[in-house]
Design a binder for this molecule. Structure first.
Ligand SMILES: [Zn+2]
Length: 413
């Protein structure tokens, strides 16, 4: 079957968006409500207008291009992703799904296609949380999860609050609730994203169809010990918080392996105080990131962490506390949407695989209000959030083609 999408346009979009970058030569950095964001927004708006869409920007910065339906009141089919980035990231995380929306709109436009349902093509901001720390901003705004308190208190590295940055960008943070979409307005949200992992490449599949997005729990663990002289304090008379932290990290990762079901646990950030080579560690703060398709497995890992800490605290010099920094439940994608995506791939001769998403995406938030689908295209070497992040353009095109076909089917229904 011949493709309706256009490889040159897909490549041009990715390259054009890649140029709106505050760290050229050191990967892509495009923070929300920045100068680069503005330039990328202008580019996306122009592409949407040229594809015949009615374009608006909601109060939280989401760009929405609408292809009106024959029944304008019918719940819409929505597709898109985010166009902000992490610091020194790559060109595909987010934009792959945004250009999927742009190219789908162009295919519909040049073929004069119109459907019973409206189709909404969207580009979202601050998904990564790289500037303000919250993340999944646009989808939380649309689903009513965003709060005025967050706009006032979440700040970037320069102390600028989210609300202040929005205002400076020309948005009105006081109207953030107008971004909330009414129940029944959106029937489907379909997101294409790069896999950001090695599975599709290793199994030589062209497309991943996500069945479950993992639940995530971020724990901040603080262990207080006693800073002592590293030379004069005998081993059996220490309260070494670093050793307690190391054993806890080990217990967490072992518990993740035991739990199975795709469970992973990671300690990627730690601070040791006072932080000197010749002082026994006094206080250690570290973060444990736990993910699984099954919430009970996440509970199991946390239980192992707490049991280990309790044992460590048998040393009277050791105390500990845990703060849950962030928590999301596993989210299932819509079974019928999965079937339509798989069927569309099959009709196009594109190989696909049902899989788990180990990363969070806007789609999992949109599941609050819509039946979601999430499609992965392969990431070269599994690399992501780094300058080496890459997906071959013809592989990306296959994903775009499948999303385009599935959106058409859903919009006709
Ligand atoms: Zn992303």
């Amino acid at each position: 079957m011949s493709m309706r999408t256009n490889l040159e346009r897909i490549q041009r979009d990715i390259e054009a968006l890649s140029a709106f970058n505050s760290t050229p030569g050191a990967g892509l950095t495009r923070f929300s409500f920045s100068e680069e964001h503005k330039k990328a927004q202008d580019y996306i708006v122009k592409q949407m207008e040229e594809a015949g869409l009615q374009v608006r920007i909601d109060p939280c910065g989401t760009i929405i291009g609408r292809l009106e339906g024959e029944d304008p009141s019918a719940p819409s089919v929505m597709t898109g992703s985010h166009f902000d980035s992490v610091r020194n990231g790559g060109n595909f995380d987010g934009p792959a799904g945004v250009i999927t929306a742009l190219e789908t709109a162009r295919v519909f436009h040049e073929n004069g296609l119109k459907f019973r349902r409206p189709v909404e093509f969207i580009a979202m901001v601050e998904e990564e949380g790289a500037r303000f720390g919250g993340g999944l901003f646009a989808s939380r705004a649309m689903t009513g999860r965003l709060t005025a308190q967050e706009l006032a208190t979440f700040r970037d590295g320069d102390g600028i609050s989210t609300g202040e940055a929005m205002k400076a960008f020309g948005l009105d943070p006081d109207r953030f609730q107008e971004a909330v979409r009414k129940p029944g307005e959106i029937q489907n949200f379909i997101e294409l994203h790069i896999e950001q992992g090695p599975i599709l490449e290793a199994e030589q599949k062209q497309l991943g169809i996500v069945e479950t997005i993992v639940g995530i729990r971020e724990l901040e663990v603080t262990i207080h010990g006693r800073p002592d002289h590293a030379g004069t304090t005998p081993m059996n008379m220490r309260a070494d918080s670093f050793l307690a932290a190391a054993r806890t990290a080990l217990a967490a990762t072992e518990a993740a392996v035991q739990a199975g079901e795709g469970t992973v646990a990671t300690v990627g950030k730690a601070q040791v105080l006072p932080g000197s080579f010749n002082i026994v560690a006094g206080t250690v703060t570290f973060f444990v990131d736990i993910r699984s398709r099954n919430k009970a497995c996440i509970d199991q890992v946390e239980k192992a962490i707490r049991e280990t800490l309790q044992k460590e605290a048998e040393n009277p010099g050791i105390t500990w506390e845990i703060r849950v920094m962030m928590e999301t439940d596993p989210v299932e994608t819509d079974r019928e949407v999965c079937r339509i995506l798989e069927e569309s791939a099959g009709e196009l001769g594109i190989t696909s695989k049902r899989m788990l998403s180990g990363a969070g995406h806007d789609a999992m938030i949109m599941a609050d209000i819509a039946k979601i689908g999430l499609v992965f295209v392969p990431s070269k070497g599994g690399r992501s959030h780094c300058p080496e992040e890459w997906t071959d353009y013809d592989q990306l095109q296959k994903g775009v083609e499948v999303v385009c076909a599935a959106v058409e089917k859903l919009a006709k229904a």
